[in-house]
Structure formats: structure tokens, C-alpha cells
Design a protein around this ligand. Structure first.
Ligand SMILES: [Zn+2]
Length: 710
């Protein structure tokens, strides 16, 4: 079985979900048996939309039966008959969910979305059925207590510990009254999160900027103006509407030259959920914070952050805080230098005002143009997507790890834009299957991601089948797909995740591949981004799509230089949001209900981040990463933490001869193949020879104390 990565089990729903209507599920369903295609690739040519739901239902029913059998086994609990047995459960469910998640993410339709919303609560209840099962926990607990005398190999020992923690984290070790209390808290938390999401959605909609007149929008391109007019039409309004984005800063402020318009849009964003109306979220978030602290106490932790970080690489809130606190001085110092540059532009134009947050992006863009003069239309002809893939992304993997790739046309795909490659190891042996689906579609989620159709496991005899999805502009028929350097970086990033999945060499599926901690999983991907600019890689793929000529050095230098642009602002707004998140989750149980505005002000002052021109990336009242669900609560720091790991790791390569097969193989052996089979901090340290530090992270972003401003 694969344990869902979702870090917080909900105790919602019945522990005994109704039996599934198994009647519709039989051998004619393509998920009924493991795929007979090479490497168990999903048979997308046979799978119909109607096949998923009965297979999901049957998959849950099958796993319930398997789990019951383990829980009710009359033999004494052993590692084999309990832990290993659990690892083997749920194979049908894993099979169908891997394909279902892939298709609903990248090529969905109303029918599949409906199936998804029907099955989501059932899947949550299914997880509870496993992790709140008292009999099952008693067996896991017994094995855990005698684990040191069982002579288990290190990976098996780690598996026992992960299972035990997972059960305890979910509340399986509590007394029945405490379990009932936990269930109540979780239900309340879940409805408060729902309420937060709904209020914020409405508040964000209400916060749109509306104008009948074109004049306030001076600076908009014709196409941006047309989009704003369309947004107004969609609301049956005359004029123009500018929708709010999730973040504090709004992308349109880069181009709007009317300072009053910028200020209004910024304030709409900043105050969106603090208007004292029905969409005000402040009351909701102070209650969520209070309840989370109570939940932590019930589970035996001093605060919610301590509970949340236990299975993370940082391990304790103190570890994460030390890390963040150390970033504040260099980040804010660089932001101050950037602010000076911007103020100089304002003054040179006789602006007659002090820089405010709504001015930042507008003037920073002018600094950027003056300093780097980097024009996307100049660089794109050198980045033809398929050449970037084969001569850049694949080539880097070849130089570092010896991998080779061969396109396959015989494996079915869920959409004609998807390409499939077989991946061979340095010794010529089959390693994995890699799918890529790079073009934007209306029925695809935004952003880019990696996942797996089949996860590697020696126990189950599975080899990895992984995929990357992105949202690049699809060219017109017969035209080349020319992409930006940002897109190039995205390809390297997602392929870094793919390598983590493909190199996985774990016995147990629970510990395989990318199934690591939130503050580790973005490390291999961000690390892989570094090779995009590595000279011998860059010159191999950055070639003109028509002539094959390498990119002129002058242009390449601009791309490299622009890498450190605005990094003071970027890191300051991120670290401010991360500190806010952590402060909220360090509240002790029994602390009085907080006033969010006062709390936020104090938290930012305390961490030296109350800076007039750099507000946090999210204000508490619209920080949906931490209140809208549990994913990033007490975990927003992970974005920065994994940057540290990626840069520190790349620095090791720089200090040890750069891109060589020996270096690549060592990294693969000690990190990329290990999944979650070892303590992550120890795994890192034994490869690096030292714990990670922020030196390289600061250097690559131009944030060193002595870094000259370019
Ligand atoms: Zn990623």
C-alpha cells in the first residue's frame, strides 16, 4: 500500500464505510488485473471514464478486507504478518488511483470531476479505517516495542517506525474518550477550514478592481486590456475588471503607471478579508489556531508545530526557526539595497514620494530593463521545447548518471500531446518509463508537477513509471514550440522529481521515491534546476531552432545575471510568510483567542520583518496554504528549506569537480535512490559530509553580505 502523503489524517466520516457496489466491477474492467503492457503502463487505450469509479470502490473494499484479515489474525504479530502484509494491501486501489489522479489532473472532464468529489470523502474515511483501527494499531505497537530485538535491516526498521508514527499521529494510541474528543476537534477544524475557503473565495472575488474608464489602466497592453474587458463582461459589467490573485502583490502592478490605481489594487488585496463583513476571515483563523493548539495537546505535544514537524527533516519548530531567523538579516539587507535602487528611479523621475509596496514591481521592472535588458522574444528561438528536453534535460541526466532515452510509440497515452520515453541505465538495462505532457489545455490543472503511474518497489516487483506535466503554450500546427527560460527551468525542475522517482531503489512502497517529507521533496527538483545553466549543458541545448547556432554569449550572460534580480524582495516576502505561519502554530494550548492583526504585527516585529515596502507574501487573513487545509500549516518554511538543500548540494558538486559521472553516481546512490528509507537529515549529512547550511543559497541569490549589486 502507499500511505497518502497528506500529513494530517482526518478522523472524519464513519470508520466502517458502506460496502461498495462491487457488482459492476469484473474482469472486463481494465483495472481488474495488473496491466499486461510493458512495465505495467496503464492501458489508456482501453480505460473509459466509467471504469474508474467501480474500480476505486472495489479497490477500497478489497483493501478493507485485506486490512481486516491482518488485524484479526490469530497469530502473534510479526514484522512479516503485519507490517509487510500491510505493504502488500491495496494494490488495486493504488493502480486505479494512479491513473485517475493522472487523468483528472491533466485531462479532466465534468464526469471525472464528479467521480472525484464523490470519492474524496470516501477515500479520507478509508484512510481513517486503517489508521484508527484499534486492533491493527495494537499489532503495530507490539512490533514497535520489540523492534530493536527483531534484527531488522535498517530499511525495515525505518518502515516499522514510520507505521508507528503514522498511527500515533492520527490518534490511534488515544483512549476512547480522547479519540472522541479528537474526532470532534477534527470535525470542527474541517468545517472552519471550509468556512475559511468559502469566505476567502468570496472576499477575493469582491476585491476585484472595477473601472468604467480606461484611463486608470494606462500601461496595459491591448491584450491585457481586452482580457480585463472580458472579465467585466463575464460579470455583466461595463468597463474593466481586474481580478485579485492569491498573493499580496498583484502581477498587474508591474505595468500600471497610475499610482492611485496601483495603491487601490494593492489595498484591495491587502484588506480583502478584513472588511468586517460576512467574508471577514479573522474570527475563523483565530479559532483554527486555538483548536490546532488543543489538538496538539491532546496528542501529547507542546504546540501544533511540534506535532506537525516531528516527521520532517527539520524535526522541531526550533530547527525551522533557527533556519528562518538566519535568513532575515541578509534577505532584508538585500531588499533594502533594492529599495534604494528603486527610490533612485522614483527620484530621478521627480516622483516626489517614498517607495510603497504598490510601487515596488512597477519600478523594479524599470531597474530590470535598464540593467539586464533581457527580452523573451530574443531568447525563445534558442529554446525549442523538444530540443531542450533531449539536448538539455536528458543530456544532463546522461552526463551525470549515464542515462539514455528512447521514444516509444507503442504505449497508449491519455492525450495525443503526451510523449513516452523508455529510460535505460548506464549498463543498457531498462530503468523506467517516462511520460511528458507539456502543453496547456483548458481541462488541465495550472502549474507543473510530477507523479507516478507505477511506484518502484522491490517487494512488489514494480519498476517506476513516472510522468511530468506542465502548461507551456502550444504552438500553432507546424510551428516550433519555443519556450522561455522560466519554462526551461520548470522542465529541469520537474525532471528532478522524475529522477527521484526513477532512481528509487526501495524494498517497500511506503518508503520509495518521492514519498519523503514536505521539507525534502522539493530538494531533488530544485537541485536539478542548477544544470540548466551549467556551461556544458547550456551550450548543448540552447541553440537556434532554425540555424542550430549557439546562443550568443552576450545574451546568455544576461540570463545568468538576471538570476539574482529582485531576490532580496522575493526572499523577504517568503520568509515573512513562513515566520508568520510558524508563529501562529507555536501558540500554546490554552493561550487566549488572538486578534489576528495584533498577532501578525507582533510576530513580524519580533522576527524583524515589519518592513514597510516588503509585506509578507500572504497576510494571515488570506494565507490559504495554512488555513484552507493542513498541507502547509507549520510547513511553509519548507519552500525555503529545500532551496537551501538544493543550493548546498549543488555547491558540493562545484567544489568536487562539477558535472562528472562519479559525482552523479554518488549522489544517486546516497540520495536519489534512497527515497525515505533513512532518516533524511542523516542521509543528507552522510552524503554532504556536513549538515546543510545557507551559504550557497545566499550566494546564488546575490544575498551575501558583501555581494556587489550588479
Ligand atoms: Zn516541485
Amino acid at each position: 500500500m502507499s500511505i497518502l502523503i497528506s500529513p494530517e489524517a482526518t478522523v472524519l466520516g464513519s470508520a466502517n464505510p458502506a460496502q461498495a457496489p462491487a457488482a459492476e466491477f469484473g474482469p472486463s474492467n481494465p483495472f481488474y488485473a495488473p496491466s499486461t503492457l510493458p512495465f505495467q503502463a496503464p492501458p489508456f487505450d482501453k480505460i473509459k471514464d466509467e471504469d474508474y469509479q467501480p474500480a476505486i470502490e472495489a479497490g477500497m473494499a478489497q483493501q478493507r478486507g485485506e486490512i481486516e484479515k491482518i488485524a484479526n489474525n490469530s497469530e502473534a504479530p510479526t514484522f512479516e504478518n503485519t507490517i509487510v502484509a500491510m505493504e502488500k494491501t491495496g494494490q488495486l486501489l493504488d493502480r486505479v488511483m494512479a491513473a485517475f489522479d493522472g487523468v483528472t489532473g491533466a485531462d479532466t472532464n465534468p464526469y471525472l470531476q464528479n467521480v472525484k468529489s464523490i470519492e474524496a470523502p470516501k477515500l479520507a474515511a478509508h484512510e481513517d479505517f486503517i489508521f484508527l483501527n484499534t486492533k491493527l494499531f495494537a499489532r503495530v505497537d507490539a512490533i514497535y516495542k520489540q523492534r530493536t530485538s527483531l534484527k531488522l535491516d535498517p530499511e525495515s526498521l525505518r518502515l516499522v517506525e514510520r507505521y508507528y508514527d503514522r498511527f500515533v499521529h492520527a490518534g490511534a494510541s488515544l483512549s476512547e474518550p480522547d479519540k472522541a474528543e479528537l474526532r470532534k476537534i477534527n470535525e470542527e477544524l474541517s468545517s472552519l477550514s471550509d468556512s475559511f475557503i468559502n469566505k476567502l473565495l468570496a472576499a477575493t472575488k469582491e476585491g476585484a478592481y472595477v473601472t468604467k474608464d480606461k484611463a486608470p489602466l494606462t500601461g496595459f497592453s491591448d491584450s491585457r486590456l481586452a482580457a480585463a474587458a472580458q472579465a467585466a463582461k463575464n460579470r455583466k459589467l461595463d468597463g474593466f475588471v481586474i481580478l485579485l490573485q492569491n498573493t499580496t502583490q498583484q502581477p498587474d502592478l508591474v505595468s500600471l503607471s497610475d499610482r492611485g490605481t496601483r495603491q487601490t489594487i494593492f489595498e484591495n488585496s491587502w484588506n480583502r478579508a478584513e472588511k468586517g463583513d460576512a467574508n471577514d476571515t479573522r474570527d475563523v483563523i483565530s479559532h483554527i489556531a486555538e483548536l490546532r493548539a488543543q489538538k496538539a495537546k491532546l496528542l501529547g505535544y507542546p504546540n501544533y508545530a511540534a506535532w506537525k514537524l516531528e516527521d520532517q527533516m527539520a524535526k522541531t519548530p526550533e530547527g525551522a526557526l533557527r533556519f528562518m531567523d538566519a535568513l532575515v538579516p541578509p534577505a532584508t539587507a538585500k531588499a533594502a539595497r533594492e529599495a534604494q535602487d528603486i527610490q533612485a528611479v522614483i527620484d530621478a523621475q521627480h516622483g516626489g514620494f517614498q517607495l510603497q509596496p504598490w510601487d515596488w514591481n512597477f519600478y523594479a521592472e524599470q531597474v530590470r530593463k535598464a540593467r539586464y535588458d533581457l527580452d523573451d522574444s530574443q531568447v525563445k528561438p534558442y529554446f525549442e521545447l523538444w530540443s531542450v528536453l533531449e539536448n538539455g534535460v536528458f543530456y544532463a541526466a546522461n552526463q551525470l548518471y549515464g542515462l539514455t532515452f528512447k521514444q516509444r510509440h507503442d504505449l497508449p497515452v491519455y492525450h495525443p500531446d503526451v510523449r513516452v520515453f523508455e529510460v535505460f541505465d548506464a549498463n543498457g538495462k531498462h530503468l523506467a518509463i517516462f511520460y511528458c505532457d507539456y502543453f496547456k489545455r483548458d481541462n488541465k490543472n495550472g502549474g507543473a508537477w510530477m507523479s507516478a503511474f507505477v511506484e518502484q518497489s522491490r517487494l512488489l516487483g514494480n519498476l517506476p513509471v513516472v510522468y511530468n506535466v506542465a502548461n507551456f503554450q502550444k504552438p500553432a500546427e507546424g510551428e516550433p514550440a519555443l519556450i522561455s527560460f522560466t519554462d526551461v527551468t520548470t522542465m529541469f525542475h520537474e525532471f528532478g522529481h522524475a529522477l527521484h522517482g526513477m532512481f528509487s531503489d526501495a524494498e517497500y512502497p511506503t518508503l520509495a521515491g518521492t514519498s519523503t517529507a514536505r521539507d525534502f521533496v522539493e530538494f531533488p527538483s530544485q537541485f536539478n534546476e542548477h544544470w540548466a545553466l551549467y556551461p556544458s549543458i547550456f551550450s548543448h541545448y540552447a541553440r537556434h531552432y532554425k540555424t542550430g547556432a549557439p546562443m550568443p554569449e552576450e545574451l546568455a550572460a544576461k540570463i545568468r545575471k538576471a538570476e539574482t534580480f529582485n531576490k532580496g524582495y522575493d526572499m523577504t516576502e517568503l520568509v515573512a510568510a513562513a515566520e508568520l505561519d510558524m508563529q501562529w502554530h507555536l501558540l500554546s494550548p490554552g493561550a487566549p483567542l488572538q486578534n489576528p492583526d495584533e498577532f501578525e504585527k507582533e510576530a513580524l516585529e519580533k522576527t524583524h520583518l515589519e518592513i514597510s515596502y516588503v509585506p509578507p507574501r500572504y497576510r494571515s487573513s488570506y494565507f490559504s496554504h495554512i488555513w484552507g487545509g493542513n498541507g502547509y500549516s507549520a510547513g511553509y518554511y519548507a519552500y525555503l528549506w529545500t532551496q537551501m538543500l538544493a543550493d548546498d548540494a549543488y555547491q558540493w558538486f562545484v567544489e568536487n569537480g562539477g558535472l562528472t559521472r562519479a559525482n552523479g553516481d554518488r549522489f544517486r546512490r546516497m540520495i536519489l535512490s534512497r527515497g525515505n528509507t533513512q532518516d533524511l537529515a542523516k542521509m543528507y549529512e552522510s552524503w554532504r559530509g556536513a549538515p546543510p547550511n545557507t551559504k550557497a543559497m545566499l550566494k546564488y541569490r546575490g544575498l551575501e553580505e558583501s555581494a556587489p549589486d550588479k
